[in-house]
Design a protein around this ligand. Structure first.
Ligand SMILES: Nc1ncnc2c1ncn2[C@@H]1O[C@H](COP(=O)(O)OP(=O)(O)OP(=O)(O)O)[C@@H](O)[C@H]1O
Length: 730
């Protein structure tokens, strides 16, 4: 025997088991799977020998499959935290998570009509007690960073089979217990298990020292009975079953560490009660989406109907996939959809879906531009007509303006090009002409659809959802946010807005006050970057360091932000070339080398470009070279073995081990001959933010292509420079 690191005396693991545990501590989650696979291979070998009757081998299997060797700890008869005398039957902590176990040796137990019965008696009180015990344990562990819903209440019916989910509680037959313990896959690394144990030892000490001693001295496969002496551990964790379940668990993907272990500040945010709308902000990679997902799970687990939304179409499936792995039992209560899809659904309910014709509306704009815009001051203002189309879409319709007097005085957030009164008047005339043409054709544009949906949601005043979580809120229009707000109003734990103004990639902006959303006293800033290695973050920060930005109701934030860095190191390869063919050759060669020589999986790589056309061209180049590639627009969060190729915009919210950014010095795009200084400045700020988003998608390394004119720097050949975390700090 030797004392465990948690202070709980534990059985000495077998040499093989020790090797497994030590290996698991050194390596990441990925390696755990490898160890488990090795363990299973060994088990299969041993099992065959065991079945052949060799007694010595049988004992080896018994030890190998013993819970301790698989990294599990069983804590019987522990104090219910926050009470003096009440106990918890068993706490089980292992790679599959933390379980609060209550064991019932009832003769007539059944689940019927979604309730638990003991004979004819409703046994709901027992479920409530277990839920309360679980909440108390969660509280203890949340202070150390375990997300609240990671603790699972398990009610075990002795001698039974089958599993039912009754709200949060899993009611399981004893004979299916092991399946329930391991079915969630690998969630806690050994070091985390030790941390959990240390917390539990302090907050939930053994009720009876004698019982704890007995537990400590019993052989591993025959440890302690529960408080009532109803079952022995040997009965609960049948070796064959555990073995079978471990095989299944090994076949599943390892899950990321953050899914089960948050920074304590993040964990507290997940379950914080909000008396009204709340906000989480923070720079790229600070874990905003992770907290939002855990929050969704937390709310769903307590029975809320949750909408998890953003503007980006690809993020929904990706976030759903993450949540399904994290909480398969709750994912059904959460709807993942975009704001636009939600608005269109409202339109369908009114039977007006067919009126949404963005293509026809665009034609109306071009007609209006030709008749009214081009001949006016706007035609001579040194900006592209698309600028005025965005002005109508995001400033006038996006902010729900209804009269010229509002527009005449409006602070045009996110648009720095100054407009004279004559310009504003001309824009309004263009807008009115466009509206006349559009209504004459009986069609709606995107802005109209959002406005209609908002008004409908306001009339209905809720009902569909209990909670709405908006990610990347900075990309919404004011009306888009008003629509979401109308779904839940100011109710407790209703609206949570998450985002970062520095990553705003669309023109325009608004304030929360203008949207009617007050988060005063309920706003939190996250300031630790978990995604990017230091060199990458510093490199990306240089791009936007000189640009201040607005973050909804916070105006004029400094571009260079103070962010704590979690991951040192990082590599950036800057490759200067003179032409497109040369750049393509250099990029292809590096991709193959990264994959074949440095072991980066194609599926963990992204190639990002500013436009759809450029992305499509790069996809063809990669496929032509025999490198597997898929459009980022088709990514849905499931593992694939192809390089993801897409636009900067599409890469929002995602992360990749290595990112390729060709033509980096051609973006922001050079100033056009007819473009005014003000117009160029505004466009360049927006494009630098888009580039910043793309660069901050890289976790470990970046490949950056710089095209230089012949004779400048690279000469006829190619020049490469490795930027490390020191040289990127300037
Ligand atoms: N507590 C944590 N421990 C370890 N990794 C974490 C933690 N929190 C977040 N991460 C990881 O950091 C990365 C960034 O997290 P996330 O995407 O939530 O950040 P974000 O603030 O939403 O980023 P962005 O605004 O750039 O999209 C993810 O890979 C996530 O797995």
């Amino acid at each position: 025997m030797s004392p465990g690191r948690s202070g709980v005396p534990q059985a000495e693991p077998s040499a093989f088991g020790q090797a497994v545990l030590i290996g698991m501590e050194i390596d990441g989650v990925q390696r755990q799977i490898q160890h488990l696979t090795d363990l299973l291979r060994e088990l299969r070998r041993s099992r065959r020998a065991w079945e052949a009757g060799a007694r010595g081998e049988r004992d080896v299997v018994r030890v190998l499959v013993g819970m301790d060797d698989a990294g599990w700890r069983v804590l019987p008869d522990r104090r219910w935290p926050g009470t003096r005398r009440a106990n918890i039957d068993v706490l089980v902590v292992g790679p599959g998570g933390v379980f609060v176990v209550d064991v019932k040796n009832w003769r007539e137990a059944r689940v019927d009509g979604g309730r638990l019965w003991r004979g004819d008696e409703d046994a709901e009180d027992e479920l409530r007690k277990l839920t309360d015990q679980t909440a108390a344990v969660e509280q203890v562990l949340a202070d150390a960073g375990l997300p609240p819903t990671e603790v699972v209440p398990l009610l075990v019916l002795v001698g039974r089979r089958g599993t039912e989910q009754l709200d949060r509680v899993q009611v399981t037959g004893e004979l299916d217990l092991t399946r329930n313990l391991v079915r969630r896959g690998l969630r806690l690394e050994p070091a985390v298990v030790e941390r959990v144990l240390a917390c539990l030892d302090e907050a939930c000490p053994p009720m009876r020292e004698a019982a704890a001693d007995a537990a400590a001295t019993a052989p591993p496969a025959r440890q302690a009975a529960d408080a009532d002496g109803v079952f022995s551990r040997d009965e609960l964790f049948s070796r064959d079953e555990l073995w079978r379940e471990l095989v299944d668990a090994a076949a599943r993907e390892p899950i990321e560490a953050w899914m089960t272990w948050l920074h304590p500040m993040q964990a507290r945010l997940v379950c914080r009660r909000s008396s009204g709308p709340a906000r989480i902000r923070g720079a790229a990679g600070t874990g905003k989406t992770v907290v939002a997902l855990h929050r969704a799970k937390y709310l769903a687990a307590r029975g809320d109907r949750v909408l998890f939304t953003s503007l980006v179409r690809t993020l929904g499936p990706v976030n759903r996939a993450l949540l399904a792995r994290m909480a398969p039992e709750h994912v059904g209560r959460i709807e993942f959809t975009t704001v636009d899809a939600l608005a269109v659904r409202h339109l369908e309910q009114r039977g007006e879906r067919a009126r949404y014709q963005q293509g026809i509306a665009d034609n109306c704009f071009w007609l209006a531009w030709g008749r009214v815009g081009l001949p006016s001051v706007l035609g001579r203002s040194g900006v592209e007509p698309g600028y005025w189309r965005d002005e109508i879409a995001t400033v006038i319709k996006g902010r729900g303006l209804t009269g010229f007097e509002q527009y005449a005085e409006l602070a045009r957030i996110g648009r720095s090009m100054p407009l004279q009164p004559t310009h504003r008047r001309a824009v309004w005339e263009l807008y009115e002409h466009y509206e006349r043409l559009r209504t004459a054709r009986g069609v709606l544009d995107r802005g109209d659809v959002l406005l209609l949906a908002r008004d409908l949601a306001r009339e209905r005043a809720g009902g569909e959802f209990d909670a709405v979580i908006v990610d990347e809120v900075q990309d919404l229009t004011c009306v888009g946010l008003q629509l979401l707000h109308a779904l839940v109003g100011d109710r407790q734990d209703g609206l949570l807005v998450v985002g970062d103004g520095q990553q705003s990639v669309y023109p325009g902006g608004f304030t929360l006050a203008e949207a009617g959303v007050s988060v005063v006293g309920r706003s939190t800033v996250l300031a630790r970057n978990y995604r990017n290695r230091e060199a990458i973050l510093r490199y990306a920060q240089q791009v936007v360091a000189g640009d201040s930005f607005d973050d909804l109701d916070v105006a004029g934030e400094r571009g260079r932000r103070d962010v704590e860095i979690d991951r040192p190191g990082g590599e950036i390869d800057e490759v200067a070339v003179t032409g497109p063919a040369e750049q393509a050759a250099a990029l292809r060669a590096d991709l193959v080398d990264a994959h074949d020589g440095r072991g980066v999986r194609y599926g963990d790589i992204a190639l990002l470009a500013p436009t759809n056309d450029a992305a499509a061209r790069w996809e063809r180049i990669l496929l032509g070279a025999g490198i597997p590639a898929v459009p980022l627009s088709r990514y849905d969060g499931t593992t694939s073995h192809a390089v993801k190729v897409g636009t900067y915009h599409r890469s929002k919210g995602l992360d990749f081990a290595r990112v390729y950014i060709p033509d980096r010095n051609r973006f922001p795009r050079p100033r056009r001959a007819t473009e005014s200084d003000d117009a160029y400045r505004e466009r360049a700020v927006l494009e630098r933010r888009q580039l910043y988003v793309a660069l901050t998608r890289a976790r470990d390394s970046l490949w950056v292509g710089l095209r230089e004119p012949v004779g400048a720097g690279a000469g006829a050949g190619r020049a490469s420079r490795r930027v490390d975390d020191k040289s990127s700090r300037s």
